[in-house]
Design a protein around this ligand. Structure first.
Ligand code: UDP
Length: 281
């Protein structure tokens, strides 16, 4: 496994199968050491936000694994690292882990969403995959109820805690509470419980395959427009960063040539400077 550096965030290049294998290993270790490893599913909106929020970027970089949840991250990996990576979304990963849970002996706990939603999602997951959902709680508890919620989670001893408080609230929550959680694996899954409970329809396959699930969400929930303005800004940022990287690479080639052939390199440098002036800044 090699983490990709995308705008200062380390993001996993593992596909779904490899991710599940890596997480199985984390669960084994966590069970023995009684420690909690956080896994984050990152989309372009949150990575864009993290550019102006050092604490959020630090949380992302301290996570055990950060999966590319969103076509914006896939595009950034292509533009900035020259790599084709697979999208590993929170909901696909959650379903895959629940599918494997019975044979691996994993139990899960769902924390988040409006009252009744996590419970409905728990019933559906048990019915569909036979997974042992050992507990659930909504995501609207007060600060003075936190100790009870943490106590309930630790008492039920899940192997995986899915946290669906929305991003970036869940990233902060996981970071603040990981030391108090006796759960091998804690995963931020955003609004997944709304879909898994049947309250919200996921984008049709065609939207998922084309990488435009964001458009479906926007059509269904137009109030997201303000948050989604981060997407074109993210793409512009990636394009600018890719151009900067190309310039640096060209400059380093030029310096190598200059060392070997000083006259020829001066001509090339002039040509490149002319080309650079023509490019939009
Ligand atoms: N939510 C929650 N507690 C809060 C705020 C939000 O449990 O204090 C839940 C909300 O009910 C929803 C999810 O977090 O289920 C946020 O979903 P959204 O799709 O907005 O999150 P994203 O997937 O974009 O991170």
């Amino acid at each position: 496994m090699a983490d990709l550096d995308i705008l200062g965030a380390k993001i996993s290049d593992l596909d779904m199968v490899e991710t599940v294998c890596a997480l199985a290993a984390y669960i084994d270790v966590g069970r023995q050491q009684n420690s909690a490893e956080p896994l984050l599913t990152l989309n372009a909106e949150i990575l864009y936000k993290a550019q102006d929020d050092p604490r959020l970027l630090d949380i992302i970089n301290r996570a055990a694994l950060v999966t590319p949840d969103g076509s914006g991250i896939v595009l950034a990996a292509r533009e900035l690292c020259g790599r084709e990576i697979e999208r590993v979304t929170g909901i696909d990963l959650m379903q895959e882990l629940c599918r494997r849970a019975p044979s691996c002996g994993w139990s899960v706990y769902l924390l988040g969403a409006a009252p009744g939603v996590a419970e409905a999602a728990a019933h559906n997951l048990t019915e569909q995959y036979g997974v042992n959902v050992c507990g659930w709680h909504d995501g609207y508890f007060k600060a003075d109820e936190l100790a009870w919620v943490l106590g309930d989670i630790n008492e039920k001893k899940p192997d995986i805690l899915f946290v669906g408080l929305g991003a970036p609230k869940q990233e902060f929550w996981i970071d603040e509470n990981r030391e108090r959680l006796r759960v091998p694996l804690v995963i931020g899954v955003g609004g997944c419980f709304d879909v898994l409970s049947g309250n919200l329809k996921r984008a049709p396959l065609m939207f998922q395959r084309l990488g435009i699930e964001w458009l479906w969400r926007l059509l269904k929930e137009p109030w997201r427009i303000k948050r989604m303005m981060a997407l074109p800004k993210f793409v512009l940022l990636v394009k600018r960063e890719a151009r900067r990287k190309r310039r640096l690479a060209a400059e380093s080639v030029r310096q190598n040539v200059a060392r070997k052939n000083p006259d020829e390199s001066k001509k090339d440098a002039k040509k490149d400077a002319k080309k650079d002036k023509k490019l939009p800044q």
